[in-house]
Design a protein around this ligand. Structure first.
Ligand code: NAD
Length: 297
């Protein structure tokens, strides 16, 4: 029998994800606060609803793709929200990037109410959402992960069970904190190399075959030339915008505080991206940090 999916949050990511579910044969009932988003899901072959409760009440699965932990909590737990309207046993998948603590609270409340829930944040951006090649990091019970997998499949290329509730969010923020640090490190190396008269391509050829090798260097090089597809070749148009990197770093720093972890480079990276954003460069690709560090922004 065709499964019905209520999809809440049809923005830059949610709409193409919902579209891939429709293409895979699911019946999609969409809800978003924006009229344009609701019309867009109808254009994509889904149905649109005016309230969370009408979208969710007959659904087998609820997927949310929303901006923040506070909004996720309100949509699930608020008056007229998902918990108040869903059928018993409904599978709930939150793919938003939110703080670990909120993800754990909402999932635990869902389970207490007789639902099943995973957090399933993504990497891959708008391009990956459109192509159905997102990477999902999924936190929750193993059996719930197995139930969620066929729903995530049409939207993703890589679906990894990362442990219990909240561990999807934990994996995502740890990865992105590492990415920020490695991009800043790569940028510092190129800036120092340039100051010492070293050619960018020469440094790339050496480091990409030596112990400095990393994704920020070989797939997303912050200087134009060595990796033709990297945003540096396109005036640092995103890609992955600085404002989105900063959002993830803020979530990482909240998590750091909650467990009293020692992450001095993570903290320094958050400060650098925060300054870049405050200077009006939030829309620039995060690899543009090389210009910030060189004093060119
Ligand atoms: P977006 O702002 O384009 O979309 C969010 C949508 O949620 C909007 O359409 C908005 O109207 C809707 N919304 C807000 N409050 C709502 C509510 N109470 N009820 C129903 N709808 C509501 O954001 P996005 O880029 O699609 O990002 C969504 C999530 O995915 C975020 O958590 C983001 O961090 C994460 N993410 C984004 C990217 C990216 O490249 N854009 C990559 C990975 C993860």
């Amino acid at each position: 029998m065709t499964q019905t999916i209520a999809f809440i949050g049809l923005g830059n990511m949610g709409l193409p994800m919902a579209t891939n579910l429709i293409k895979a044969g699911f019946k999609v009932k969409g809800f978003d606060l924006s009229d344009d988003a609701r019309s867009a899901v109808v254009d994509a072959g889904g149905e649109a609803f005016d309230t969370v409760s009408s979208a969710v009440s007959e659904a087998d699965v609820v997927v949310t793709m929303l901006p923040s932990g506070a909004i996720v909590k309100a949509v699930y737990e608020g008056e007229g929200g998902v918990f108040a309207s869903a059928k018993p046993g409904t599978l709930m998948i939150d793919s938003s990037t939110i703080d670990v603590a909120s993800a754990r609270t909402v999932a635990s409340n869902a389970i207490d109410k007789g639902f099943e829930m995973v957090d399933a944040p993504v990497s891959g951006g708008v391009g990956g959402a459109a192509a159905g090649t997102l990477a999902f990091m999924v936190g929750g019970e193993a059996a719930t992960f197995e139930r969620a997998k066929p729903v995530l499949d049409p939207m993703g290329a890589k679906i990894v069970h990362t442990g219990g509730s909240g561990n999807g969010q934990a994996a995502k923020i740890c990865n992105n904190m590492l990415l920020a640090i490695s991009m800043i490190g790569t940028s510092e190396a190129f800036n120092l190399g340039r100051a010492l008269g070293l050619d960018d391509q020469v440094l790339f050829d050496v480091a990409s075959n030596a112990s400095g090798q990393c994704w920020s260097l070989t797939s997303y090089c912050p200087v134009p030339g060595p990796v033709p597809t990297s945003p540096a070749n396109n005036d640092y148009a995103p890609g992955f915008a600085t404002a989105l990197m900063l959002k993830d770093l803020k979530l990482a720093m909240e998590a750091v505080e909650s467990v009293d972890a020692n992450t001095p480079l993570g903290k320094a990276s958050a400060d650098i991206y925060s300054a870049m954003d405050a200077d009006g460069h939030g829309g620039m690709d995060f690899s543009g940090v090389i210009k910030k560090l060189a004093g060119e922004l």
